[in-house]
Ligand binder design. Structure first.
Ligand SMILES: NC(=O)c1ccc[n+]([C@@H]2O[C@H](COP(=O)([O-])OP(=O)(O)OC[C@H]3O[C@@H](n4cnc5c(N)ncnc54)[C@H](OP(=O)(O)O)[C@@H]3O)[C@@H](O)[C@H]2O)c1
Length: 205
């Protein structure tokens, strides 16, 4: 499900073109890691934002992103200026909040903001806050569009074929973080918010 989300969100909503700069938040997670790799396959420059040195190392060394930003130890705004001196064409956002605001300040004309998720806001959904820097969407004639995987159910066979082909060619890697037994569910759920999961979080029953 997360790979299909990455596929349709990036290709249909983000509409990347070769040479464009794509930024991905929660980039080492289940959705984000597939987005990074599909964006590389499309010939884009890819910058991943993730928490901690292990995840940033994984993005650089295993997934081949052009730059990785550790939002837990560095300023996203400053690091992004260095990594994307020509600005951001597509932002695939899984997080929202401060990271969304920082990236908005560096979008290019006609940029596309793909709103896939807002995990930084899920723990207090009644008070979820939108982007403070939304005026950038006007200034840059940008588009900000949400989507859900449900919108694309009829096209799953197409995505499945492409994803399988890329995986067989070695262009798409997937890592799973497996816990065992139904009793691990509360811990597993918590891990999504602490960032302890490394890859697609799966409970083996
Ligand atoms: N639109 C759709 O149809 C659809 C479908 C599936 C999933 N989603 C969304 O996609 C996003 C990713 O889901 P996933 O299943 O692939 O999970 P995931 O990325 O494997 O795990 C969640 C990751 O989010 C990061 N995170 C958690 N709290 C954060 C915070 N406050 N600030 C910054 N990063 C934070 C953590 O990574 P770090 O260690 O890097 O912080 C954590 O590992 C979620 O927002 C989910 O709701 C949307």
């Amino acid at each position: 499900m997360t790979a299909f989300t990455a596929y349709f969100g990036l290709l249909d909503v983000g509409k990347p073109k070769a040479g464009q700069t794509v930024v991905v938040s929660a980039a080492a997670g289940a959705v984000g890691a597939v987005v990074c790799q599909i964006a590389k396959i499309q010939g884009c420059k890819v910058i991943g934002i993730a928490g901690g040195p292990e995840k940033c190392g994984y993005l650089r060394n295993e997934l081949g992103v052009d730059a990785a930003i550790d939002y837990k130890s560095e300023s996203v705004a400053e690091a992004l200026k260095l990594a994307a001196p020509d600005g951001v064409d597509i932002f695939f956002d899984n997080v929202g909040g401060d990271i969304l605001d920082a990236v908005l300040m560096q979008i290019n004309r006609h940029a596309r903001i793909v709103v896939c998720g807002g995990i930084s806001q899920y723990t207090d959904i009644e008070h979820a806050r939108g982007p403070a820097n939304y005026l950038q969407i006007i200034a840059q004639s940008a588009t900000m569009q949400g989507f859900t995987m449900r919108d694309y159910l009829a096209r799953i066979p197409e995505a499945f074929m492409s994803l399988m082909t890329w995986q067989r060619k070695g262009e798409l890697k997937v890592r799973e973080h497996v816990l065992h037994g139904i009793d691990s569910f509360p811990r597993a759920f918590q891990m999504l918010f602490t960032g302890e999961n490394q890859g697609k979080l799966v409970i083996d029953l």
